[in-house]
Design a protein around this ligand. Structure first.
Ligand code: AMP
Ligand code: MG
Length: 337
């Protein structure tokens, strides 16, 4: 199969929507990362998403909607706080988990009795959902385990020959996946941090951050979100988080370089092994996955990444980095932390 990349316009959206209506899959831009889109209610189409990505069957997909009325058919209960959050943050990078209705096939929700729903801010994504007339299941459009795609070219490099079409909507503005929350005993429980931060959510209810966000779940532990169990977002190179800053960071990376090494620093000047990955958490989120992919293209063996701040969207950057690094944090005074 040839994979076409076509720019976002109404004509190409109609073409993509026809593929979805016929049970196919397309690459879809969103403001978070690119998605691999199929009709969420078509079991065979959703199975094909899992095959194209090589994604474990028990890791459920997020269902994307373009209008709030679409929610009623897909879920059996909407807590009041969810209605408030939808009014405040949709369309946008917030995914909420609800008890699922029997319209959602088992395969879409990974066999769970809940379903994750989001209304994307991306105009292209909402146009595709509108035009196809169905809710759209869309995990990130990368091969399972590799860094999420933030450009149409990234999708092409993972999905060439596996899907017929990618709609090119330009580089993603957030660069990290949506915030995923569920509702427990009157509070908002963050399962995956993203651009809608704990601080923003705490204006509407008490917020708790799942311990799996910053710690490795044990093999026997039951996790609330299946995606937490898997190694994620990893390039081929060995990624290590360096808990040093300024001159200590540059000194650590220079003295511990192994093979071809790239060191992503915060506000460093880009020269030698060093590459600036952004002075603000927003820039770091936008650039992180792209830089991890570029490190592979440059044939890196080792990628050092300076420990980000965990404030605001920084927590999302840190959460993705921990998984890319297999939770390995290093520094000058400690070989392994
Ligand atoms: P991705 O599709 O790659 O953006 O990943 C979606 C994330 O949402 C994964 O970490 C899933 O495990 C999580 N998720 C999706 N549906 C549910 C659900 N019903 N309950 C808990 N987590 C979910
Ligand atoms: Mg993903």
């Amino acid at each position: 199969m040839n994979t076409e990349i076509l720019p976002y316009n109404l004509h190409n959206i109609k073409k993509a929507a026809d593929i979805l209506k016929n049970g196919g899959i397309v690459g879809m831009p969103t403001e978070t990362v690119y998605g691999l889109a199929a009709n969420a209610l078509n079991e065979a189409a959703v199975c094909d998403i899992f095959k194209a990505k090589g994604r474990p069957q028990d890791n459920p997909l997020i269902v994307h909607i373009s209008r709030i009325e679409m929610l009623n058919d897909l879920v059996t209960e909407i807590p009041d706080v969810a209605r408030t959050l939808a009014a405040e943050f949709w369309p946008g990078p917030l995914t909420m988990i609800f008890p699922r209705s029997d319209r959602i096939p088992d395969v879409t929700s990974g066999g769970l009795d809940t379903v994750a729903i989001r209304m994307p801010a991306s105009e292209a994504a909402r146009a595709l959902i509108d035009e196809s007339g169905c809710p759209v299941a869309a995990p990130s459009a990368n091969l399972s385990g590799s860094p999420s795609p933030t450009t149409a070219q990234h999708v092409f490099s993972d999905m060439n020959g596996r899907i017929p079409l990618i709609i090119d909507g330009g580089a993603c503005s957030c660069g990290v996946e949506s915030t995923v929350i569920c509702f427990r005993e009157g509070h908002i429980h963050i399962l995956r941090p993203g651009s809608i931060t704990a601080e923003m959510l705490s204006q509407y209810a008490d917020v708790e951050i799942d311990k799996g966000v910053c710690a490795k779940p044990s093999d026997t532990e039951k996790v609330l979100s299946p995606g937490m169990k898997y190694k994620h977002y990893s390039p081929k190179a060995n990624v290590l988080i360096v808990d040093e800053h300024g001159a200590d960071f540059t000194e650590y990376c220079t003295s511990h370089a192994v093979g071809k090494t790239i060191a992503l620093g915060i506000g460093v000047s880009t020269q030698g092994i060093f590459v600036d990955y952004g002075i603000t958490p927003e820039l770091q989120a936008q650039r992180l996955f792209s830089l991890l992919r570029e490190s592979d293209e440059m044939g890196a063996d080792t990628v050092f990444v300076e420990m980000p701040s965990t404030d605001g969207i920084g927590l999302a950057v840190y959460n993705r980095l921990l998984r890319a690094a297999g939770f390995e944090v290093v520094g000058n005074d400690k070989a392994d932390r």
